[in-house]
Ligand binder design. Sequence first.
Ligand SMILES: NC(=O)c1ccc[n+]([C@@H]2O[C@H](COP(=O)([O-])OP(=O)(O)OC[C@H]3O[C@@H](n4cnc5c(N)ncnc54)[C@H](OP(=O)(O)O)[C@@H]3O)[C@@H](O)[C@H]2O)c1
Length: 225
Amino acid sequence: MTRVVVIGGSSGIGLATARLCADKGWEVIVASRDPDRAEVDAEKVVLDVTDAAASRELFERLGPVDHLVSSTVLRVGGPVRELDLDLARRAFETKLWGPLAAIQAADVRESIVLVSGVFAHTPSPGGAATAAVNGATEALVRILAVELAPTRVNAVCPGIIDTPLWSPLEDEARHAMFERLASALPAGRVGGPEDVAHAIWLLLTNGFVTGTVLGVDGGHRLAAP
Ligand SMILES: NC(=O)c1ccc[n+]([C@@H]2O[C@H](COP(=O)([O-])OP(=O)(O)OC[C@H]3O[C@@H](n4cnc5c(N)ncnc54)[C@H](OP(=O)(O)O)[C@@H]3O)[C@@H](O)[C@H]2O)c1
C-alpha cells in the first residue's frame, strides 16, 4: 500500500490532504505537535518539526515511505521596522529548516510536496517574513528536485485559504476580509483546504512533474487584492 507522511496533517490544508489520501486508500501518517485533534483515518504521531532529532527518530522507525508532504506554518506578521525577528526565525524553523531536516532524515521513494504561499509573489504590507519564508520554500523545491532525483519534489502555492490559520482573527473581521478578497479575485471566492489538497494530490501522483510550484490561488497573482 502507498504510504504518505503528512507533517502538519492535523489542520487545514494538511488535514484535507491526509483525508484525501486516506480516501484514495493510501496508508497515512499524520505528524504534528497535536495530531490527535485530526479526524482522519491515519496513524497519528507527535512531532515538533523544529526538533531534528525527533524527525530522525520518526523516519528511522518508519523506514521507506512513498510520499512526504509538509504544510507546517508559524504565523508572523507586522511592518518591517517592527517585525519580531526572533519570531520570524522561528517561522523559518517551522516551515523551512524543520521540514528540510525531516527530508534529510526520510527515505522517500516517490515524491515530496511542500507548501509555499502567494505572498512570496504579491508584496503585501506586513508580510515580509511570510514572503521570505515562502520564497525560500520555492527556491528549495527546485534544488531538491535536482539533488534528490529521481524522487520528485514540488510545491503548491496557495492564495488565501479558509483554514484555522486565520482563526486568531475575530469572526467578523475574518468574514469581512474573505468577502473583500473574494470580490477582488478572478475566482470570486477564497479557497478551501480541499482546493489545495486536490492540487497536492496531482503533484503526488503525476510521475512527470518535478521542480514545479503550482499556484492554487483563484487568480490572486493576476489581480492582487
Ligand atoms: N491558509 C492560507 O490562507 C494560506 C495561504 C498561503 C499559504 N498557506 C500555507 O499553507 C500551509 C498550511 O497552512 P494552513 O492554512 O493549513 O494552516 P493550519 O490550519 O494552521 O495548519 C498548520 C499545520 O501546521 C502544524 N504545525 C505548526 N507548527 C508545527 C510544528 N512545529 N511541528 C509540527 N507541526 C506543526 C499544525 O499542527 P499542530 O498544531 O498539531 O502542530 C497544523 O497541522 C502553511 O505552510 C501555510 O503557510 C496557507
